[in-house]
Design a protein around this ligand. Sequence first.
Ligand SMILES: C[S@@+](CC[C@H](N)C(=O)[O-])C[C@H]1O[C@@H](n2cnc3c(N)ncnc32)[C@H](O)[C@@H]1O
Length: 255
Amino acid sequence: MSMTDLPSPGHEAVSAYLDGGYASVVGMSSRFAAAICARLLRLQSEEGIAGSIAEIGCFEGRFFIALAHALEPGELAIGVDIFSWPNPEVKDRFEANCLRHGIAPERRVTVQGDSGAMTAEELMAHAGGERLRLIHIDGEHSRAALAKDLELATQCLSEGGLIVLDDMLHPGYPTLMVAVQAYLEAHPEIVPLCVIDRETIVGATKFVLCQRDWFERYQAKMLVIFKEQIWPLGADFEPHWCLVLSQDTRLAEIV
Ligand SMILES: C[S@@+](CC[C@H](N)C(=O)[O-])C[C@H]1O[C@@H](n2cnc3c(N)ncnc32)[C@H](O)[C@@H]1O
């Protein structure tokens, strides 16, 4: 049996937040996925990819704060949400959580709105008109909404940027995968970079997508960085294959 702990997120501030504050912020994403995505942001910095990031569906800030701590000076974290569920005070809780866990107001932008009605220009305007190096999509969980969010993210994506999709393969949202498949067929320039396995039913699986031209470059580094988290068989996206990162890298015992 091979069970791995969290990979190093590559930033002391992220590690401190994942060890301390993460569980105290109400939210749904897994610590494992937060550590992986923070390390991917670090890898981008090492590869010379700079810029701001956005999360669609930032809710109370659990995952957002981890990503924001992984940014370099001058880069912004943009949190988009309709901020109406479960009550309008969720926006105040988001901003208070950011402050409490070390993300000062000048390092982030709060955007209250429906991502499905947002243009790429409107979203990028919050980053000074620049493209974004990572977009985490965790907003409305319908096929139609995910399709729109994917198009928005694609239009905002910088060279070498990453799109992260939450709640993939979640038993409660089986049709989201249909939207992803249709998107991948319509966008051959984008491929899955890795699957981040679920921690629990709440901390569900994420897919990370990248531009096809960047796939090999990312994967070569990730094979080293995440060597303890690689599930040996990988993910078959027919015909594209990518890494599966998991805290449980066992294979079925067949003899
Ligand atoms: C599952 S929660 C996100 C959890 C959060 N990312 C975390 O890691 O803790 C989904 C969020 O998406 C927001 N949302 C739903 N539809 C949206 C839309 N059309 N535009 C923006 N946000 C939306 C909801 O208000 C809710 O806060």
